[in-house]
Design a protein around this ligand. Structure first.
Ligand SMILES: NC(=O)c1ccc[n+]([C@@H]2O[C@H](COP(=O)([O-])OP(=O)(O)OC[C@H]3O[C@@H](n4cnc5c(N)ncnc54)[C@H](O)[C@@H]3O)[C@@H](O)[C@H]2O)c1
Length: 248
């Protein structure tokens, strides 16, 4: 599909964790559709390589080193933002361990990035949205596991379920101010991390998905473009599963 089918010219988007994996694909898709994109990521090397790979869009792309787990980092970076239309809270980490082995530190680390990070970014950016935009969008990456739990992911599931709760609250609080807030729950998605797994595991994962395929980062980016578009103006407070039917 050609992303030019979506027209985001004159729109400004911010994508956290926007330099790698799903976030990179979201950044690229918004650039292809004509938007100005601010990509925040805490990993400088990753930001540099994204910048290189997206050099054809250099006039539209602004990369910034930001740690979303730190409110001060977000609010400082947000100062240079103006007339934002679309915020995509994508940055996330995993620190998996069974509950018996999960330390409070491992729990907190994931909460700090995957839950507080969404709060910090959205809070810091709320006043940076374009006042005149009728199409203000907050899109946050949750996960299928928020809907059904997962072995070894107490921290991650708690954070991703929290994202769905915050999204519903923002949908209610901000709906009258021209915003929609929605979450996306990806299933198994073929990011570099997943692709590096042994074939046997990948085949096992695929066999659990009704459409018998892993998702591609592009599938998540397409959902994101749709939720950000004018056509999705009446979708608010929902969690869109993009998982091949894994969670029905
Ligand atoms: N890949 C999957 O199968 C899958 C499934 C469900 C949900 N998700 C969610 O989708 C999102 C993207 O996942 P991915 O697989 O592309 O991950 P990834 O690890 O490939 O990329 C995440 C990016 O976020 C950045 N990041 C991490 N912590 C950060 C912080 N504190 N501040 C700023 N940047 C930070 C990383 O540097 C990286 O560039 C995550 O929220 C993840 O939980 C992924």
């Amino acid at each position: 599909m050609n992303n030019l089918d979506f027209d985001f010219k004159n729109k400004v988007a911010l994508v956290t964790g926007g330099a790698r994996g799903i976030g990179f694909e979201i950044t690229k898709s918004f650039l292809q559709a004509g938007a100005v994109v601010h990509a925040w990521d805490y990993d400088l090397e990753t930001l540099e390589s994204a910048k290189k790979e997206l050099s054809q869009f250099s006039s539209q792309l602004h990369c910034q080193q930001v740690d979303v787990s730190q409110f001060a980092s977000c609010s400082q970076a947000a100062e240079s933002l103006n007339d934002l239309d679309i915020l995509v809270n994508n940055a996330g980490i995993t620190r998996d361990k069974s509950f018996a082995k999960m330390t409070p530190e491992l729990f907190q680390e994931v909460i700090n990035t995957n839950l507080s990070g969404v709060f910090n970014t959205t809070k810091a950016c709320l006043t940076r949205f374009s006042e005149s935009s009728a199409q203000k969008r907050i899109i946050s990456l949750s996960s299928v596991v928020a809907l059904y739990g997962n072995f070894g992911q107490t921290n991650y599931v708690a954070a991703k379920a929290g994202v769905i709760g915050m999204t519903k609250t923002w949908a209610r609080e901000l709906g009258s101010k021209g915003f929609t807030a929605n979450a996306i729950a990806p299933g198994f998605t073929r990011t570099p991390m997943v692709a590096a797994m042994p074939n046997e595991i990948l085949e096992q994962m695929e066999s659990k998905v009704p459409v018998r395929a892993l998702g591609e980062p592009r599938d998540i980016a397409n959902a994101c473009l749709f939720l950000a578009s004018e056509e999705a103006r009446y979708i608010n407070g929902t969690t869109l599963s993009v998982d091949g039917g894994l969670v029905i």
